[in-house]
Design a protein around this ligand. Structure first.
Ligand SMILES: [Zn+2]
Length: 246
């Protein structure tokens, strides 16, 4: 990655590159979360419908189970994401409020703090002092938020966006096993579902390994094995229940 941006002065090049890394990094995080959400939707819904298919050939039962699994899973994911991002945003807001108060009540100590933080990043004492003074004059709270807290006060994470994205990602993933078990004729249901689910897990495993810059082989094998295990276990349980006449 570091060799990907040639040219420019060393300092300017690095700063430029870091700005890009920031934006690219958050986009990659979103993409990774979306792929993981879809993967969850695929595996949990596939396990559910394959288990029910082990017990019954009734299409209405399969549709009901699959759709319930899709809705329950996507709403559970969305609610969990909403709670977690809300909590994160609350603590970021509290940190900003504290920072705002400190800036009001002890501006000198805060200027010194910002100076030291900039010094620690490699600036000389005088340059750090000058930079801190300029940043403070322009927008003290933003400077402290960025340098000290590592957050952008204008871009706090939105819990509704996070919840919506999780809901959507899980739903997209869950639709695959749901349609694969409901649409084909009875004798084709299981093979179509198992093959399409395993193929989809190859794709999601491959993409998430690529996003983490890891070698895809092992990640794909683990991902496919996880899905195969889920389907195998629920199918065995469903078959036993079906055979017992439950
Ligand atoms: Zn501060």
């Amino acid at each position: 990655m570091n060799d990907a941006v040639p040219g420019g002065t060393p300092a300017g090049g690095r700063a430029h590159q870091e700005a890009h890394h920031g934006a690219l990094g958050s986009r990659l995080n979103w993409l990774r979360a979306a792929v993981l959400g879809a993967n969850d939707g695929i595996v949990s819904t596939a396990g559910l419908v394959v288990g029910v298919a082990g017990a019954t050939t009734d299409r209405a039962a399969l549709l009901t189970a699959g759709l319930s699994g899709l809705l329950a899973g996507s709403m559970s994911m969305a609610a969990g994401e909403y709670v977690s991002v809300s909590t994160q945003r609350d603590s970021e807001r509290a940190a900003l409020a504290l920072e705002r108060r400190e800036l009001r009540e002890q501006p000198e100590a805060e200027l010194e703090e910002l100076t030291e933080l900039l010094e620690r990043r490699g600036l000389s004492r005088e340059v750090a002092r000058e930079a801190a003074a300029q940043l403070t004059a322009r927008d003290a709270l933003r400077a402290h938020a960025r340098v000290e807290l590592g957050i952008d006060p204008d871009q706090l994470a939105n819990p509704w966006h996070a919840a919506g994205a999780s809901f959507l990602a899980f739903t997209v993933g869950a639709l695959l096993p749901l349609l694969a078990i409901v649409l084909p004729p009875a004798s084709w249901r299981l093979p179509v579902t198992v093959v399409s689910v395993l193929a989809a897990l190859v794709v999601t495993g491959w993409i998430s390994a690529g996003l983490g810059a890891a070698k895809p082989g092992r990640a794909v094998a683990r991902n496919v094995a996880g899905g195969a295990l889920a389907m195998g276990v629920t199918y065995a349980a469903g078959t036993l229940l079906g055979a017992a006449g439950v």
